[in-house]
Design a protein around this ligand. Structure first.
Ligand SMILES: *[C@@H]1O[C@H](CO)[C@@H](O)[C@H](O)[C@H]1NC(C)=O
Ligand SMILES: *[C@@H]1O[C@H](CO)[C@@H](O)[C@H](O)[C@H]1NC(C)=O
Length: 326
């Protein structure tokens, strides 16, 4: 395994050095990236400013990929001309609970799956038909809605046998304890679903990428619901394994760092940080033989299929925050 990896690296660096005279300039790379992602800027000033950010991001990606001690690869993507601050503001959207709000999320020491002992070595809820296709939150901080919906879609299929695509837009418009495109909490979304007695389908209440007025007629056309939800003990990976053995789970991760943002494939083993700012859903776990046996969490993101591994990311099993509907 190691031999193969080092051969590939040697080979790649030979190609690069042999080609360095003809290496496209950063300006050309930026142009190419703009064409690939259909990006236009309003004037030369903005273009020059974006080029500078693109260059810094590309340098980070190339440096990380060269280091060689990582079980993942980074790549440019549609987020490559944004600063971390811009990215965090537009594409994440988990609001950390303020102390007065975190009553419900006081982490319990007991939870529904605490006695689960049949934890397999791997599970992939996609293969069990409990995960809908990858969605795209777009330029709207509604990750919390996508995370909550993924967990509700999962438990709905597991308990009822039917995979039903549910509406994030309904949460964005109608879950007034949350802040639409300015962020929210999965726990508050679950509370809304319980109170409203369900969510409409994605088709009935489609995603708009912006907050609108709650459509009260559609709001009442529930296609699936949950009875309650609970949080897992904080920082307890075994508890998360027990829960994910039974259903997809909403979690919060720090996604605004460059490694997460530019993740392309493999098992992310960079320090993501504990500054939880993005809601996603754990839909499985396993061990990556091709990455030196790294244990990972399989995570469904909401940044479209072109990001990561067809919209998914595998993260080294490590501390994250959690909650799931029952
Ligand atoms: C787990 O087992 C303990 C000990 O038998 C029991 O007290 C507890 O209620 C069980 N928890 C659940 C959620 O079933
Ligand atoms: C890889 O090596 C670099 C340089 O020694 C180090 O800073 C970084 O933390 C390492 N990354 C991992 C994931 O081990």
């Amino acid at each position: 395994m190691f031999v193969i990896i080092s051969l590939v690296i040697t080979c790649a660096s030979q190609v690069v050095s042999g080609r360095s005279m003809h290496e496209p300039s950063i300006v050309a790379k930026h142009e190419q990236w703009m064409a690939q992602h259909g990006r236009t800027y309003k004037d030369e000033l903005e273009k020059a400013m974006r080029l500078k950010i693109f260059k810094q991001n590309l340098e980070y990606i190339e440096k990380a990929n060269k280091e060689g001690n990582r079980t993942y690869k980074l790549g440019t993507n549609e987020f490559s001309d944004l600063t971390n601050e811009e990215f965090r503001a537009s594409y994440t959207g988990y609001n950390r609970p303020v102390p007065s709000l975190s009553r419900q999320s006081s982490r319990p020491s007991t939870f529904k799956y605490q006695n689960v002992t049949d934890v397999p070595t791997s599970i992939d809820w996609r293969k069990k038909g409990a995960v809908t296709h990858i969605k795209n939150q777009g330029n709207c901080g509604s990750c919390w809605a996508f995370s909550a919906v993924a967990a509700v879609e999962g438990i709905t299929q597991i308990t009822g046998g039917k995979l039903i695509e549910l509406s994030e837009q309904q949460l964005v418009d109608c879950s007034t304890d949350n802040n639409g495109c300015s962020g929210g909490l999965m726990d508050k979304a679950f509370e809304y679903i319980i109170e409203n007695k369900g969510l409409a389908t994605e088709a009935d209440y489609p995603y708009q990428q912006e907050q609108g007025t709650c459509d009260e007629q559609k709001e009442k056309a529930a296609a699936a619901t949950i009875g309650k939800y609970e949080d897992l003990p904080k920082g307890d990976e075994h508890a998360l394994l027990q829960a994910v053995t039974k259903q997809p789970v909403s979690v919060c991760v720090e996604a605004s760092g460059q490694a997460f943002r530019f993740y392309e494939r493999g098992v992310l083993n960079a320090e993501c940080g504990n500054n939880c700012d993005h809601g996603v859903a754990v839909v499985g776990f396993g061990t990556a033989e091709e990455e030196d046996g790294a244990n990972y969490w399989l995570i469904k993101n909401s940044w479209g299929e072109t990001w990561g591994e067809s919209g998914y990311i595998r993260i080294l099993r490590d501390e994250v925050g959690y909650g799931y509907p029952l």
